[in-house]
Design a protein around this ligand. Structure first.
Ligand SMILES: Nc1ncnc2c1ncn2[C@@H]1O[C@H](COP(=O)(O)OS(=O)(=O)O)[C@@H](OP(=O)(O)O)[C@H]1O
Ligand SMILES: Nc1ncnc2c1ncn2[C@@H]1O[C@H](COP(=O)(O)OP(=O)(O)O)[C@@H](O)[C@H]1O
Length: 180
């Protein structure tokens, strides 16, 4: 499959809906641009599903297909020295492990953590209320599984940390790995 050989990285944000993946992705992109990283793409779940994965649903098979497509594109970009930030629920550990295998050393798994009570309180898109009322089948964390990473490269929490602190932790990891 051909791993990425250069110094580029793929920061892969995984976590429940509303946990803060998009918010942290944007903050991280901004922080990296300030540091002079201009070759950078963000692959966000919502945009991917409108384009690359249009028509896919939320069965395990469709989610795995979605995650595999994102990993494929991330690898294409990274091997051309474009750094990538992925923000997708990516609930299944096996699919994330396959992404890591495809991308190689530059893959950085970040768990964006947040407890269910806080997610229900935020309910940014109103989906938790629907899922809890039994009106939304296969909703991650309520009526569908989320396999939290046991050993992520970085774990951040949108309950215990500010966006800036989460971004700082990811930047520090990239520095320690010699990617920045
Ligand atoms: N059933 C169900 N389960 C989870 N999420 C749902 C569902 N239906 C719609 N949505 C919306 O889709 C967004 C998640 O898409 P992803 O591509 O990141 O999911 S996955 O990685 O393929 O599992 C997710 O966006 P985020 O809130 O940004 O995570 C939701 O807004
Ligand atoms: N420390 C934090 N980190 C990230 N998001 C936070 C934090 N504190 C509050 N939030 C809020 O939580 C929500 C997360 O939404 P979003 O980034 O779209 O999540 P996701 O992409 O995981 O669905 C936003 O409204 C954001 O402002």
């Amino acid at each position: 499959m051909g791993e990425v050989v250069g110094r580029s990285f793929v920061v892969w944000l995984t976590g429940l809906s509303g946990a803060g993946k998009t918010t942290v992705a944007r903050g991280l992109a901004e922080a990296l641009r300030v540091r002079g990283i201009s070759k950078l793409e963000v692959l966000d779940g919502d945009a991917v599903r409108e384009n690359l994965s249009k028509g896919l649903g939320f069965s395990k098979e469709d989610r795995d297909t979605n995650v595999a497509r994102i990993a494929f594109v991330a690898q294409l970009l990274a091997r051309n020295d474009v750094n990538v930030i992925v923000a997708a629920i990516s609930p299944y550990a096996e699919a994330r492990a396959a992404a890591r295998e495809r991308i190689g050393e530059g893959f950085v798994e970040v768990h964006v953590d947040c407890g269910l009570p806080e997610l229900v309180r935020r309910d940014v898109k109103g989906l938790y209320a629907k899922a809890l009322a039994g009106e939304l089948a296969h909703f991650t964390g309520v009526s569908d599984p989320y396999e939290a990473p046991e050993n992520p490269d970085v774990r951040v929490s949108s309950e215990g940390q500010s966006v800036e602190e989460s971004v700082g932790a990811i930047v520090a990891f990239l520095e320690a790995r010699g990617r920045l």
